[in-house]
Design a protein around this ligand. Structure first.
Ligand code: PLP
Length: 404
C-alpha cells in the first residue's frame, strides 16, 4: 500500500524548515524534489565511474558508457519505446522541442505550411514554433480551449488541412492541470497523415506513459520534473522521422567521420547528441524512473487524484476563491486567485508560513491573457504531499483572506 510517511523519508529536503516552520513544498509542477536514491546515484557515479564516454578504450570510460547506455534502456522501458535508438538525451523538454522545431522544420516545412499547437502551451512549446514560422514563412494555428480549460476537439479537427505539417500539444497543462485526450488528438491527426509531438513535461511525473499505445511521433520530457536531476531530458522520436531529420547541432559524438571537406553523421540517436552528454545525469534519471516504477505509476496517480480532490473540495470552502481549470480529467495542479488579492501577495504570505507555491504567468502568458488575469497562484502536488499539508495551505489562505 501507499505509505506517504515512509515515502517522505526518501526525500531529505522535506525535513527542511523555512522561517522555523516545516517546509510545505507545493511547487512540484516547476520542479520536483529528489529521493535519496537519485542523490546517491549521482554521488556514486562521480565517485566510481566518472570518465568521458563512448570512444574510450580504458576501463572507466567503458563502465561509464555502459551506465549511460543502460540509462537509455531504462528510459526506453519506462515509456515503452519500440527501439533504444529512438531515445535521445537532451538538456530537457525545451531543448527537445527546439531540436524538433529546427530539424523537422528543415526537413519538412515550406513557406505557407502550418503548425498546429494549442492555447494551453507553455512558452517552450510555442516560442520554438514561432521561431520556425518566422524562419520558414509558416503560420501557427491554435487549438482553442473551452470555459473548463479543455481543448475544443471539433475546432481542432477544423484546423487540420493539407497545409498542416505537424501538431504539437501538451499532454497536461501546467497552468490548468487539464489532461488532454492526446491519444484521440494523435489519431485524428494521423487520419490526415500529420505527425504529432506531445509535450510530456507535466504528464510524465503523474501518468503511465506508453508512447506506442499513444502512437506519438515525438514525446518530450525533463528529468527534473520526474524526480531526476536537472540538466537532462528526453526526446523520443519514431525512427522513421529521426532518420529523415538533419542534426540539430554539430560537434563530437554526432559524427561517424569528418574530413576537411565533409562530415558523415553518426547513426541515431547519436546524430542528435553532439558533444559530451550528461552521462552522470542520465544515471540519476534512470534511478528516478526505477524509483517511480517501484512505487507504481497507478498508485501514484490514484494517491495524487485523492490529494487533488481533497484540495479542490477544501479550496471551495474558502471565501473569494476562484479556481482556474475545471476539466473533467485533471492532474494534481490547482491554479487560483483570491478575489481582490494580488497573486504575488498571496504567494509571499504563504512563503512566510513555509508554504512554497508558484505565482505569475507560469511561462504561459498567452493562456493567462485568455483567462483575463495577470497571473495566478499555483499549488501543484506530488505523491509525497499529504492532506495535512493541504490543511495548512487552506488555513494559510484563510489567513490571507482575513488580512485583506
Ligand atoms: N512544457 C511544460 C508543459 C512545462 O510545464 C514546462 C516547464 O514548466 C516545460 C515545457 C519546460 O520544461 P524545461 O524548462 O524543463 O525545459
Amino acid at each position: 500500500m501507499f505509505n506517504v510517511q515512509n515515502i517522505r523519508k526518501d526525500f531529505p529536503i522535506l525535513k527542511t524548515e523555512i522561517y522555523g516552520k516545516p517546509l510545505i513544498y507545493l511547487d512540484n509542477a516547476a520542479t520536483s524534489q529528489k529521493p535519496s536514491c537519485v542523490i546517491e546515484q549521482i554521488t556514486h557515479a562521480y565517485t566510481t565511474l566518472n570518465a568521458n564516454i563512448h570512444r574510450g578504450v580504458h576501463y572507466l570510460s567503458q563502465q561509464a558508457t555502459q551506465a549511460h547506455e543502460d540509462a537509455r534502456k531504462t528510459v526506453q522501458r519506462f515509456i515503452n519505446a519500440r527501439h533504444l535508438r529512438e531515445i535521445i538525451f537532451t538538456r530537457g523538454t525545451t531543448e527537445a522541442i527546439n531540436l524538433v522545431a529546427f530539424s523537422f522544420g528543415e526537413a519538412f516545412c515550406r513557406p505557407g505550411d502550418e503548425i498546429v499547437i494549442s492555447e494551453q502551451e507553455h512558452h517552450s512549446n510555442m516560442v520554438p514554433w514561432q521561431m520556425l514560422a518566422q524562419r520558414k514563412g509558416l503560420t501557427l494555428k491554435f487549438i482553442p480551449i473551452n470555459e473548463k480549460g479543455e481543448l475544443k476537439l471539433e475546432a481542432f479537427e477544423k484546423l487540420l488541412s493539407e497545409k498542416t505539417r505537424l501538431v504539437s500539444v501538451t499532454h497536461v497543462s501546467n497552468v490548468l492541470g487539464t489532461i488532454n485526450p492526446v491519444k484521440e488528438i494523435i489519431a485524428k491527426a494521423h487520419a490526415e497523415n500529420i505527425p504529432v509531438l506531445i509535450d510530456g513535461a507535466q504528464s510524465i511525473p503523474h501518468l503511465h506513459i506508453d508512447v506506442q499505445d499513444l502512437d506519438a511521433d515525438f514525446f518530450v520530457f525533463s528529468s527534473h520534473k520526474v524526480y531526476g536531476p536537472t540538466g537532462i531530458g528526453v526526446l523520443y522520436g519514431k525512427e522513421k522521422y529521426l532518420r529523415e531529420l538533419p542534426p540539430y547541432q554539430g560537434g563530437g559524438e554526432m559524427i561517424s567521420s569528418v574530413s576537411f571537406e565533409k562530415t558523415v553523421y553518426n547513426d541515431i540517436p547519436f546524430k542528435f547528441e553532439a558533444g559530451t552528454p550528461d552521462y552522470i545525469g542520465s544515471t540519476g534519471l534512470a534511478a528516478a524512473l526505477d524509483y517511480l516504477t517501484a512505487l507504481g505509476l497507478e498508485n501514484i496517480e490514484a494517491y495524487e487524484n485523492e490529494l487533488l480532490h481533497y484540495a479542490t473540495q477544501e479550496f471551495l470552502k474558502i471565501d473569494r476563491m476562484r479556481i482556474f481549470g475545471t476539466a473533467d480529467r485533471k492532474s494534481s495542479v490547482i491554479s487560483f486567485l483570491l478575489d481582490g488579492i494580488h497573486h504575488y501577495d498571496t504567494g509571499m504570505l504563504l512563503d512566510k508560513l513555509g508554504i512554497a507555491v508558484r505565482t505569475g504567468h507560469h511561462c504561459a502568458e498567452p493562456l493567462i491573457h485568455i483567462l483575463g488575469v495577470e497571473g495566478t497562484v499555483r499549488a501543484s502536488f506530488a505523491f509525497y504531499n499529504t492532506k495535512e499539508e493541504i490543511d495548512s495551505l487552506v488555513a494559510g489562505l484563510k489567513r490571507v483572506v482575513s488580512m485583506f
